[in-house]
Design a protein around this ligand. Structure first.
Ligand code: SF4
Length: 367
């Protein structure tokens, strides 16, 4: 007997997951999606406001998953104490595991789950997502909506004849050309990514239907479904689409993404915050710390209070050093230089510039 599959979408407080909720709500109203959010207790007010706006738009409660819900402290502070004051960092990201992934995995238990993730079509990463086998991630904003593990198992050379059979079930129009590509083995000259792109470019729907046929033969959660609406998804959404979806819906763009002007040594520049997540997140760049100091001084002061006993948010600099006037000036000048270099390149979005030097963020916090 097939198990009932749950469809879930995590609202991180960032723009991409919010836009994904709106997008799926409008495009696939038949999907019964459970929305959830994991609160760290350390978000900016704009994040909480976004969640309230979304609840109104979706007409549905966004379930609040709180780690350490029996504690009298905020979830972050509770775990920080357990870790002896050891602040998280990109190398030791206990916060994401304890505050986001653990509560999520506990909430879904062993149920088969489809988890929709808002990684955009202009990003090339999977993010930091749950790897439990009963949780299958789907990426509706990308041309390739499937996760890396599904693709690498499916495109193995040993699957070539099976793939041809699964394609035959899809009724694809360009089958002879598709089969030529299917039959070409992956090698040093024809990589997995090239094969994937070639198949997607020829007929995205047929590719998705073929993947769905493959999944029926596996233990992935989608093997429990008779159909999957998103196999018809051919749209790719990039950064500007995300802003459009948020604005058009009336849900709005969180205030911290909006550019704020500054002037330094007679030169004009702009800053903003590039992502959602805790106000003190160690992923933020120096210019974002300056933004926090100048736009939310009370939060900056709180962030400074965490820096004690030798623990700091950044490896190379303490917060009390970053706010010296000469240091702020220097960081702003660097930002102006970076922005002018980026202006000569592709994007006019400030957050593209801020994003550039970031490491891999986590799907649970920033998407
Ligand atoms: S936003 Fe940053 S500090 Fe907060 S839980 Fe996520 S990674 Fe950790």
């Amino acid at each position: 007997m097939k198990n009932k599959v749950r469809h879930v979408l995590g609202i991180s407080g960032g723009k991409d997951s919010a836009a994904l909720a709106i997008y799926l709500f409008n495009k696939y109203p038949q999907l019964d999606i459970e929305y959830y959010t994991c609160d760290t207790g350390k978000e900016l007010e704009a994040t909480y406001q976004l969640i309230k706006n979304l609840e109104i738009y979706l007409g549905k409660k966004i379930i609040l998953l709180e780690a350490a819900n029996k504690s009298h402290e905020d979830p972050f502070d509770h775990f920080l104490k357990l870790y002896g004051g050891y602040l998280p960092s990109s190398g030791s990201r206990w916060c994401t595991r304890k505050l986001k992934l653990d509560p999520f995995e506990k909430w879904v238990g062993d149920d088969p789950v489809i988890s929709y993730v808002g990684i955009r079509g202009d990003e090339s990463r999977e993010g930091y997502i749950s790897k439990k086998t009963n949780i299958q991630s789907i990426f509706p904003f990308r041309k390739n909506i499937w996760s890396e593990d599904v693709i690498s198992k499916l495109l193995k050379n040993e699957q070539i004849s099976n793939m041809a059979n699964w394609y035959a079930l899809t009724g694809a129009g360009k089958l002879p050309r598709i089969l030529e590509i299917v039959e070409e083995p992956i090698s040093g000259k024809f990589t997995q990514n090239e094969k994937l792109d070639a198949l997607l470019d020829l007929d995205t729907r047929a590719f998705n239907q073929m993947v769905f046929e493959y999944l029926k033969t596996t233990h992935y959660p989608l093997s429990n479904c008779n159909e999957f609406e998103l196999t018809d998804n051919e749209e790719v959404l990039i950064r500007e689409d995300i802003f459009r979806v948020l604005r058009d819906s009336g849900v709005g763009v969180p205030q911290y993404y909006e550019k704020v002007s500054f002037e330094v040594n007679g030169q004009k520049g702009e800053y903003a915050r590039s992502r959602s997540g805790c106000y003190f997140c160690f992923f933020q760049q120096k210019i974002e710390w300056v933004w926090l100091y100048e736009q939310h001084p009370e939060k900056f002061k709180l962030a400074m209070e965490y820096e004690k006993d030798g623990y700091t948010w950044m490896q190379d600099e303490r917060l009390e050093d970053i706010i010296r006037p000469d240091r702020i000036r220097q960081i702003k000048e660097d930002q102006i230089k970076k922005a002018s270099k980026a202006n000569n390149k592709k994007s006019s979005y400030l957050i593209d510039i801020l994003d550039e030097s970031d490491g891999e963020g986590c799907a649970s916090c920033f998407i």
